[in-house]
Design a protein around this ligand. Structure first.
Ligand SMILES: C[S@@+](CC[C@H](N)C(=O)[O-])C[C@H]1O[C@@H](n2cnc3c(N)ncnc32)[C@H](O)[C@@H]1O
Length: 284
């Protein structure tokens, strides 16, 4: 198993390389697919005007900008991420939207000195830390005494057909994969509530509350079956599996994805079920 340092180095390379570039190129579409999730996180976190928010793993800033609007005019959001290209895109989008109360910061939340905050949020940005307890301990240090935390993270792969269906279509064309390590850093690292509870309470947070968020996601972003096929090859596990595969394998996977996703298509949408945790906690 990789050491925390190896995990961090891999994540830094991925999110500043191919992974970050892909997210930047596809953010408009991903935003459409995930906009109901941003709405749910906003309702769950209930930001108040004037609050100081920190958004961990803010990426290109889809939730960051909504929280910035919610705490304006006197509140601010610190958007933290390790990815330079994604932060640059977030900054560009904020300026295009006339949003000036976000501080975009390229830093590792596990080690960075953070300013005091009232609300810590993250949409799918806390599952990649090499050492989760160290990261949440560091973030805990900057929390105001009455601060709140609100996260959204994926539940298990089996509960997320929007990801599992494309993976099943792809896997038949690919060499055997190593078995996933439970709770390993990555998309599903926060799926297990017992594990999340242990991480957070060890890091100085109260036992978290978990609320299920279940919704169908339109992986076509309203653009039809071909967009669903492209999106399935560009994010998540299928994307990493296709890296370095010969063209004929990629083409066989694309054909299978098209065939497998076709029954889910309805006009320009391709909706599949997804399952997330909304997780809240506070400094212990
Ligand atoms: C799935 S994207 C989510 C981006 C954004 N929150 C959104 O909802 O659009 C995951 C983000 O986590 C960031 N990330 C990965 N590892 C990180 C780490 N150790 N510290 C901070 N951010 C990290 C990535 O660079 C990426 O921006």
């Amino acid at each position: 198993m990789a050491t925390p340092e190896e995990v961090n180095a891999d994540m830094l390379a991925f999110w500043n390389g191919k992974g970050g570039d892909t997210w930047v190129a596809r953010q408009d579409y991903t935003d459409i697919t995930l906009s109901p999730v941003t709405d749910a996180l906003l309702a769950f976190a209930a930001p108040r005007a004037g609050e100081r928010v920190v958004d961990i793993g803010c990426g290109c800033g889809a939730p960051t900008l909504e929280f910035a609007r919610a705490v304006a005019p006197s509140g601010r959001v610190a958007g933290l991420d390790i990815s330079g290209p994604m932060l640059a895109e977030g900054k560009r989008r904020a300026s295009a939207a006339g949003i000036a109360n976000v501080d975009w910061r390229q830093a590792d939340p596990a080690t960075a000195t953070l300013d005091e905050y009232d609300l810590l949020i993250s949409a799918f940005g806390v599952m990649f830390f090499g050492d989760r307890v160290a990261a949440f301990s560091n973030m805990r240090r900057a929390a105001a005494p009455d601060a709140r935390m609100a996260l959204v993270c994926w539940r298990t792969l089996g509960e997320n057909p929007w990801m599992e269906v494309p993976m099943t279509a792809a896997v038949q064309h690919l060499p055997p994969r190593p078995k996933p390590v439970p709770n390993a850093p990555g998309m599903f690292a926060f799926a297990n509530p017992a594990h999340v509870t242990e991480v957070l309470t060890t890091a100085g947070w109260t036992p978290p509350r978990f609320e299920k968020l279940d919704m169908d996601l339109d992986i076509a972003a309203g653009l039809g079956l071909e967009e669903a096929v492209v999106q399935s090859t560009q994010i998540g596990a299928v994307n990493s599996w296709l890296r370095n595969q010969p063209a004929e394998v990629v083409s066989a996977v694309v054909d299978s994805l098209r065939e497998t996703l076709a029954p889910y298509a309805n006009h320009t949408s391709v909706r599949l079920p997804s399952a997330m945790w909304l997780i809240s906690s506070a400094p212990a």
